[in-house]
Design a protein around this ligand. Structure first.
Ligand code: AHR
Length: 500
């Protein structure tokens, strides 16, 4: 299939934001325990953190990490996770029907974040708790000293304040599954008051209000309107969460998941701007897409234990990702990048073991899932400004989204370095695509490299025994001639072309 793309610096959307490449560590399953923290592991450091996972986190190019949840945070008492380890309580985690020994809490997480070179994004519990407990955690983390909670932090071994700038005001409060679930009005008021009080401690915080847990939520749209109606003046961002999976063998719709993400971002943007118009203010609210990924929610591994079984760090949500999943993850990154004017932060949910690009065996091996590669490539190579790409492509019919272009793409352009990175997916299930890219508006570009991630069997998934048979491979068909890049890309593929 022939597909024409046009690159032009005039199509700038905004800067590439490092925070687009965030991730998420929740006290869920084996994400924390035997994920980032595994004191018995041969690579564990003095804090019990796995060195192999720290290394993979850095290689993945993660910028921010959201913590400690997720649904978990809505029943969490942060005080349980500080102070001498031997005195910390074991608690029931109602969200995931597990027990939490509280071996990792805010101080440990912050030590891990420093080692991983990531910015923390801390969530407060607005499910079972409220303004006071959020203020207490803020005082513990960010006040230098001389107060009860800041001095407690110092006594616990952290002399300098943690200095956490980004804070999530609860998690998925629109979801009936959430502990302490609220109506939009109830939550909007609580978010506004929590934000207002937190800013009295520190006016420079960046605060994220809960948006919708998905476009399929019955309250989608109305939730954002009401919450922002209450909290607009007090918050900076509103969250969005979306998970996608292949259902009933409908690969065509699954590969077009980014259509849904585009719709999500554009709808929330429109709603936020409508509130802005109504309030007659100049400030804009941006989007924190702080949970997104492929997640096979209907598989048994996604179901928490039941009854009297409250295990510590059970196997939960340990999806094994195939090549098609990686193509979808790449396409979702394309969607996030092309909305860089309004999406100011995003978190791939999650980082380790739980619907994650990094997998570990307790005490043993770690490996990269297929979805690791598009994330790592985009994080490393997207620099400068995001350019919207004009796409002229044939469409294919999907059950969920109607006719969808076979190719989706976005580019980044680093003026100073004179470099372009083009990220493109071929969503056709059967056809190779001949991409022809008009680059004449950026004269003098030469090919620096091209890679393709694909496999004749798109259901191939990495395992601990074989994580490397399918990796992004050099694409030898790429060529640049007279201001035109041409490259042939296989069906169900993720492609990165670098020019400079
Ligand atoms: O990421 C897994 C779960 O998905 C999170 O705990 C919750 O916020 C969302 O529903």
């Amino acid at each position: 299939l022939p597909v024409s793309l046009t690159l032009d610096p005039a199509f700038r959307v905004g800067p590439v934001r490092r925070r687009t490449f965030g991730s998420f560590v929740e006290h869920l399953g084996r994400c924390v325990y035997t994920g980032i923290h595994d004191p018995g592991h041969p690579t564990a450091d003095e804090d019990g953190f796995r060195g192999d996972v720290l290394e993979l986190t850095r290689e993945l190019g993660v910028s921010t990490v959201r913590y400690p949840g997720g649904n978990f945070v809505s029943g969490y008492r942060w005080e349980d996770g500080v102070g001498p380890i031997g005195e910390r309580p074991v608690r029931l985690d109602l969200a995931w029907h597990s027990s939490d020994p509280n071996l990792v809490g805010v101080d440990e997480f912050m030590r891990w974040a420093r080692k991983a070179d990531v910015e923390p994004m801390m969530a407060v519990n607005l499910g079972t708790r409220g303004v006071q407990e959020a203020l207490d955690l803020l005082e513990y983390c960010n006040v230098r000293g001389g107060t009860r909670l800041s001095d407690q932090r110092r006594k616990n071994g952290t002399e300098d304040p943690h200095g956490i700038r980004m804070w999530c005001l609860g998690n998925e409060m629109d979801g009936p599954w959430q502990i302490g679930h609220k109506t939009a009005h109830e939550y909007g008021r609580l978010a506004a008051e929590t934000a207002r009080a937190m800013r009295m401690v520190d006016p420079d915080l960046e605060l994220v209000a809960c948006g919708s847990s998905g476009v399929v939520m019955p309250t989608f749209g109305e939730w954002e309107r009401i919450v922002l109606g209450e909290a607009y003046e007090h918050v900076d961002l509103i969250s969005a969460h979306a998970y996608y999976w292949e259902e009933d063998g409908d690969l065509g719709s699954f590969l077009a998941s980014a259509v849904d993400m585009d719709h999500f971002v554009e709808s929330v943007t429109a709603t936020a701007d409508a509130v802005r118009a109504h309030k007659k203010v100049s400030k804009r609210i941006h989007i924190s897409f702080d949970e997104w990924n492929v997640w096979y929610q209907k598989r048994a591994e996604s179901k928490p234990p039941t009854g009297h079984d409250w295990p510590v760090a059970p196997v939960l949500l340990e999806d094994r990702y195939n090549v098609a999943d990686a193509v979808v993850v790449g396409n979702l990154l394309i969607s996030l990048l092309r909305h860089t004017d309004r999406v100011h932060s995003a978190s791939l949910a999650q980082l380790v073991n739980v619907i994650a690009p990094i997998m570990t065996e307790p005490g043993g091996r770690s490996w990269r899932q297929t979805t690791f590669h598009p994330f790592a490539q985009a994080s490393q190579l997207a620099t400068g400004d995001v350019l919207r790409v004009a796409i002229d492509a044939p469409t294919y019919p999907t059950a969920q989204f109607g006719d969808v272009p076979v190719v989706d793409a976005v580019a980044t352009y680093d003026d100073d370095a004179g470099q372009v990175a083009l990220f493109a997916v071929n969503r056709s299930l059967t056809e190779h695509v001949e991409l022809s890219v008009d680059t004449r508006s950026i004269p003098g570009l030469r090919l620096l490299g091209a890679t393709t991630l694909a496999n004749p069997d798109h259901t191939w998934a990495a395992t601990a025994d074989d994580a490397t048979s399918v990796l992004p491979q050099p694409n030898a068909s790429a060529a640049v001639d007279g201001g035109r890049l041409t490259v042939r890309v296989p069906p169900v593929s993720w492609n990165v072309i670098r020019l400079g």
